[in-house]
Design a protein around this ligand. Structure first.
Ligand code: 4AD
Ligand code: MG
Length: 467
């Protein structure tokens, strides 16, 4: 195959005029005049289309093929790059050969006609929706975002550690794990005492999809100092909301010799780096999201880069909520979980700023979080963003074996299942801290898209596993 030029390269002027090039892509629109046709071609490399001029007299298959091209047909075009005389574009392609690679079977019923479709409709055709401008823009932004995260971690000396997807440990202790098994559900093996005999299962033990790579990456942080894991995590949460997925990705930095304030600093720098990179590298796509979906996004991205985050304790947050005149559906008292209506009030009404909440009551947080000297709160933090709510959850980890053991007991967890994790505290324990940043929630913040089902190619949510 000839070398193929991408439309982004062509439109950015990287290819000298009058050069002959090959372009492959799909037709967005076709418009005919008496002697020629204008094709707008997209290839996914950028938001824009390339205008191709196809002259009746120069193209031997003009009548046979070109006049049958409809939106979605795939083509290979060889032609010459020229300055355009049209007002809408600087550069266009004058076709010399047009080869039809694939026609649209029945253009009248093609699900992705060039008109605007709503997001709910597109969700039903998840295999075809990458052909739309919006899903193209989301996909390019997601790609830049993933690279921006790895680049930040790499530049700051973090080692990327892959952590297992199949596990026996419920890191968050919330029993929201998907079970993994090769047992025959129609004929389960039982022990003499009547329990399912997991010794007969693939791993010889009850196994699950991981809810977080944290515990595993802690063991690497306790040897290599600065580490992170970035991979898929799974939660069987029955929450059918715009912000919950059953399968999502998390970035989990874990740092030895770091306390809660140290990782808050890392989290802020990471978010700032991300927003700066996105504004710089995805300007066309961000403009598109802003104009078509949510005018607020550019402002809020700049806000992250330029302004300080609000930092308060959980106790201060509770006092603010108690003093507000707003009627919350869920009663607020010290010890209560902050729910989305409370987070919304704090970030969108009271502060209108990204807000970090620290030192939660130990009872509403996980067993691994470090107990504060007040014996009531743990060194935990959540970062809340306006329009999204919680985007980051993290903590200093309990590095004292006796306190960790007490936590395990209080949370009703079996010490024997955490022997390897306890070893980290028995052999050269160190203070260490980390957090988890939800990749898709971050995408919601960046793009202004309302529903998390539109941010991932093939979302997995309650009662939904199509494609
Ligand atoms: O607050 P979470 O549950 O924290 C942990 O899992 C820790 N083990 C992380 C750590 O300290 N290494 O989850 C972290 C983030 C949340 O703030 C949220 O952004 C995202 O993961 N998240 C979800 N995103 C989409 N769908 C869900 N069901 C999510 N649950 C959590
Ligand atoms: Mg959390």
């Amino acid at each position: 195959m000839n070398e193929i030029s991408t439309i982004t390269n062509i439109l950015q002027g990287h290819i000298p005029t009058n050069s002959e090039i090959t372009v492959c892509g799909w037709v967005k629109t076709r418009r005919d005049s008496r002697k020629l046709s204008f094709l707008n071609i997209y290839d996914g490399s950028c938001l824009h289309t390339l205008q191709v001029i196809v002259e009746n007299k120069k193209i031997h298959n003009y009548k046979k093929d070109i006049l049958h091209l409809t939106s979605g047909c795939s083509v290979k075009i060889i032609g010459k790059i020229v300055q355009s005389i049209g007002k809408k574009q600087n550069i266009e392609l004058q076709a010399k050969h047009v080869e039809i690679l694939g026609l649209i079977e029945n253009p009248d019923t093609y699900p992705i006609s060039p008109k605007k479709h709503n997001m709910e409709y597109l969700r039903e055709i998840a295999h075809l929706r990458p052909r739309t401008n919006i899903i193209g823009a989301i996909s390019r932004t997601r790609n830049v975002l993933a690279h921006a995260i790895h680049n930040f971690m790499n530049k700051n000396g973090f080692l990327w550690i892959p952590t297992p997807i199949i596990t026996t440990t419920d890191t968050e202790g919330t029993s929201k794990m998907f079970q993994v098994s090769t047992l025959n559900f129609k004929n389960l093996p039982y022990t003499p005492s009547g329990n399912i005999n997991y010794a007969k299962d693939f791993f010889g033990k009850e196994s699950f999809l991981t809810v977080s790579g944290q515990l595993n990456v802690e063991s690497y942080a306790c040897a290599l100092s600065k580490t992170y894991t970035f991979g898929p995590t799974f939660r069987a949460e029955p929450s059918n909301t715009n912000k919950h997925l059953a399968e999502f990705w998390m970035i989990e930095p874990e740092v030895a010799f770091a306390d809660l304030d140290n990782i808050i600093c890392i989290a802020k720098s990471l978010l700032q780096h991300i927003c700066k990179t996105i504004l710089k590298k995805c300007s066309d796509d961000i403009d598109f999201f802003s104009k078509k979906h949510n005018l607020a996004i550019i402002n809020r991205l700049e806000n992250i880069v330029e302004k300080n985050f609000i930092e308060i304790t959980y106790t201060q947050a509770i006092n603010i909520l108690k003093q507000s005149k707003k009627q919350f559906k869920n009663k607020i008292f010290w010890g209560a979980n902050l729910l989305s209506e409370h987070e919304k009030y704090l970030t969108e009404e009271y502060f209108n700023q990204p807000t970090i909440i620290k030192h939660y009551p130990k009872k509403i947080k996980a067993f691994y979080m470090r107990l504060n000297d007040d014996m009531k709160t743990s060194a935990a933090m959540d970062i809340l963003l306006p329009g999204i709510g919680e985007i980051i959850g993290g903590s200093q980890r309990e590095e004292r074996l006796n306190v960790l053991d007490k936590n395990l007991e209080e949370f009703g967890l079996n010490k024997n299942n955490y022997q390897w994790y306890r070893d980290l505290r028995r052999y050269g324990t160190v203070p260490h801290s980390g957090f988890g940043l939800g990749f898709e929630r971050l995408m919601l913040f960046i793009t202004g898209i309302k529903n998390i089902r539109d941010i991932v190619p093939f979302p997995r949510t309650l009662k939904n596993i199509n494609y």
